[in-house]
Design a protein around this ligand. Structure first.
Ligand SMILES: [Zn+2]
Length: 468
């Protein structure tokens, strides 16, 4: 089935023009003015709308479990939510079970992702730097299309690598041409601060932020950059949230190092005031890193404008606030009475494009091209998906978003497709809205109507990281 999208204003990271797009066999086959529709062609009028490449969200945790909690969104609900928000590609973090190998972890992840409604790739979380793990890393890059790894400097006793293991893993990833993603927070000092707070009987959600101070992200980022430099490894710092870490990235980039940074809408648009909400409400905002004080977001905007931050992803890791139909294991209520037991993470996969468009383009004055670059093109390039994903060009997958830049609307969790029962941005008024979404040429979202189906998402074998 061929599809023709007429009269849209096509915006990519470098383009802005009005034309028609003809899609055949899932790919863009021609772009031009006045293209003819054959008899069996489905026609969509995009007059007055932007036509954007489908969003690429390179930081999600779908159907992911810790020993005590499980995210509430599986691949079916999470990627349906993504699609309604204009995201057609997700690169999700595969977390292998403790003690299980990386390949077994990927096999298990493939079983879970089989219900995905948009295209999905996997990053692999690496818990140690043992010989068997390093061998699995090679297999993943060479045979499984997994070309990025994640190393934690936080969560001692669970996911954290010590400095020697981190260095060894960085060097192994670099030798394979893979990109190293790092969660930069000093986990051991955070653990000491958490224990001190609990010993004083301080248990409210706000303690989550107070025990993970900004300086411990800056310190870890500095250490990560130093170890990556020694290992000659390109480095991608995930969910960067502080001025301190940004300064580290800027300085490293200034020295010509291949250091990249990602931030998320919550760090750009919210601050630690949210933890002062009454009762247990602050738990909705418990994520790691935490929201920072109001001095940080303006610095992050400076980083986006100046190019030191290249990607806006979500870190979608959804739990319900109430217990709800999915049970306590999926709920923030696990942390009632003790902030250190609140599951870390928040929903966000559905609102990324609209939040960033409103904030970046309408309020901060970034160009629409830069908005596309941050949310689609740069992540596709960095994670080995470009030009199949992240742009609109002849031969690229026809992942397209028809976007009304004039519509104003209000964020309501009750209208979302995630299983989370709240939004970090409830009640926020936005300008610009996703109207139709195409995955490889097939219209899967038409206004409020879902036309996609579980399992239609394909697994993306990713290539080497590209330059941005
Ligand atoms: Zn994450």
């Amino acid at each position: 089935m061929a599809t023709l999208i007429r009269n849209g204003r096509i915006v990519t990271a470098v383009d802005d023009y009005v034309a028609d797009i003809l899609v055949d066999d899932g790919r863009v086959c021609s772009i031009g003015r006045g293209l003819e529709a054959g008899a069996d062609v489905e026609v969509h009028d995009a007059g007055g709308l932007l036509v954007l490449p489908g969003g690429v969200d390179v930081h999600t945790h779908l159907d992911s479990a810790t020993p005590t909690a499980s995210t509430v969104d599986d691949f079916a609900s999470g990627t349906c939510a993504a699609a309604f928000g204009g995201t057609t590609t997700v690169v999700d973090y595969c977390t292998p079970q403790a003690g299980a190998g990386l390949l077994a972890g990927l096999e298990d992840w493939h079983r879970r992702r089989a219900s995905a409604c948009v295209d999905v790739g996997a990053h692999m979380i690496v818990r140690d730097a043992e010989a068997a793990t390093l061998a699995d890393m090679r297999t993943l890059v060479e045979h499984e299309g997994v070309s990025s790894f994640k190393f934690f400097m936080a969560y001692p006793g669970a996911l954290m690598l010590d400095d020697a293991a981190l260095f060894t893993a960085l060097r192994a990833a670099a030798a394979l041409g893979a990109l190293s993603c790092v969660h930069a927070e000093n986990g051991l000092v955070i653990r000491a601060l958490v224990q001190a707070a609990l010993a004083q009987g301080l248990t409210a959600p706000r303690q989550h932020a107070l025990t993970r101070p900004a300086v411990l992200e800056g310190e870890a980022a500095q250490r990560a950059v130093g170890l990556a430099e020694l290992a000659e490894a390109p480095l991608y710092i995930v969910h960067l949230s502080t001025a301190q870490a940004l300064a580290v990235v800027a300085q490293a980039r200034g020295r010509g190092l291949a250091v990249y940074a990602e931030t998320c809408p919550q760090y750009l648009l919210l601050d630690a005031q949210e933890y002062e909400r009454p009762g247990f409400e602050g738990a909705k905002f418990v994520m790691s890193p935490p929201l920072r004080d109001a001095s940080h977001p303006p610095e992050l905007w400076r980083g986006l404008k100046g190019g030191d931050i290249q990607v806006v992803a979500t870190d979608h890791c959804a739990f319900t606030f109430g217990v709800g139909p999915h049970g306590l294991r999926h709920s923030k209520q696990l942390g009632q009475g003790s902030f250190d037991r609140i599951p870390n993470g928040a929903p966000g996969i559905e609102t990324r494009l609209e939040l960033v468009y409103d904030a970046a383009v309408l309020q901060q004055g970034l160009s629409i091209q830069r908005f596309v670059e941050l949310t689609a093109t740069a992540p596709a390039k960095l994670f080995g998906l470009f030009p199949r994903k992240g742009t609109i060009a002849v031969g690229s997958d026809a992942d397209l978003v028809l976007f009304d830049p004039a519509e104003r609307w209000t964020v309501r969790a009750a209208e979302h497709h995630s299983r989370a029962d709240y939004s970090l941005f409830e009640g926020r008024e936005l300008g610009g809205r996703v109207k139709k979404v195409f995955l490889r040429g097939q219209c899967i979202v038409d206004g409020p109507t879902w036309l996609g189906r579980e399992g239609m998402g394909q697994y993306l074998r990713r290539g080497a990281s590209g330059q941005v």
